[in-house]
Design a protein around this ligand. Sequence first.
Ligand code: NAD
Length: 359
Amino acid sequence: MEKIAVRFPDKNFWNNKRVLVTGHTGFKGAWLTQWLTQLGAKVCGVSLDPITDPDLWTEMNMDMQGFDFRVDIRSDAWQRRVDTFKPEIAFHLAAQPLVVTGWKDPKLTFDTNLGGMVQFLSWINTSSSLSAGVLVTSDKVYRLDGKKTARIESDPLGGADPYSASKAASELIAQTWPMNPDKKVATARSGNVIGGGDWAEDRLIPDLIRAWRSPEKFTARNPNSIRPWQHVLEPLSGYILMAEDLFQRKIKVDAINFGPIIKDQVSVSEVVKEVQNKLQPPNSLRIDESPQELKYEESEFLLLDSTLAESELGWRSVLNWKESIDMTLSWYSDFYNGIPALKLVQRDIELFGQISKSR
Ligand SMILES: NC(=O)c1ccc[n+]([C@@H]2O[C@H](COP(=O)([O-])OP(=O)(O)OC[C@H]3O[C@@H](n4cnc5c(N)ncnc54)[C@H](O)[C@@H]3O)[C@@H](O)[C@H]2O)c1
């Protein structure tokens, strides 16, 4: 395929658009809310209170002008409040997003991810203002069959653990939901995102950062697993472009993958080595290399094919995996050196825009 220029979110489109983000207090939601704000949109959020310490949303301290609703997405307590904001576009990110928590608390995971999707889709049909919605699922929605090929959107859905199954089931809910003809929604499947400000439990970069900041050694869960690592701004740019095109009725597909460049999909141990080499001072991150007993089953191989994102949206991954790690580690170093989180998020969004335009 001939290489086309990378498309970037359009400020003219977003200026004064009214946008709902569910899960805005989470890692991806906080970055998305700030990016939409920088594009000129007005944003309303529905989420629970943040649970990590430190926490990106709290550190960013954004002014949502009264439209920051802390309420359970499964309840009926948010729809009327959100309707007063009159959103035209919505991004649904609120979820229980962790594989290990899925094994520990499958009820919470299925309840939140399925119940949340059902509440969200039923609200869309009742909203008089909403026109388009991006439903965020995951790269983990595909059935694992040992094949070492990258997944395309028409591959069978599956999920060998409660989190993955809950996201695959969310896809089925979205595909079969009787959507009113004046609404347009589609699902977005992205890889393992990294970036500054994630402090979630049982995720590789946050675990490495915690180990770097403490005398404890870091232990990798599945060192040989290959994952589609990407900077958080990569899928977010895809979600934003998808929303632009859904709103303008330019999209004909129901699901799109947003993965990194295929040759860039590397193992956990390669990421760990790269982080260890780059974190300062040297040897400040200590690794426990003894083999670990696997507590939870996870796929060894998970790659995404993003050809459709390029042909439908003009979206393409911009950063290679080492650049993504560099940007992420600079964020954490600068944060721990006292630069405010909001400034760092703004800076990385600007930088990502400049790099996108140069490629
Ligand atoms: N982080 C990744 O690597 C990754 C990869 C693929 C897909 N995703 C998906 O992206 C989305 C966001 O993930 P994240 O990494 O930002 O997770 P996160 O844990 O940082 O944020 C989750 C958000 O959902 C909200 N939430 C959870 N339960 C809720 C409930 N019952 N009611 C209302 N809000 C609730 C939280 O308050 C928070 O705002 C999720 O749907 C996740 O499955 C994440």
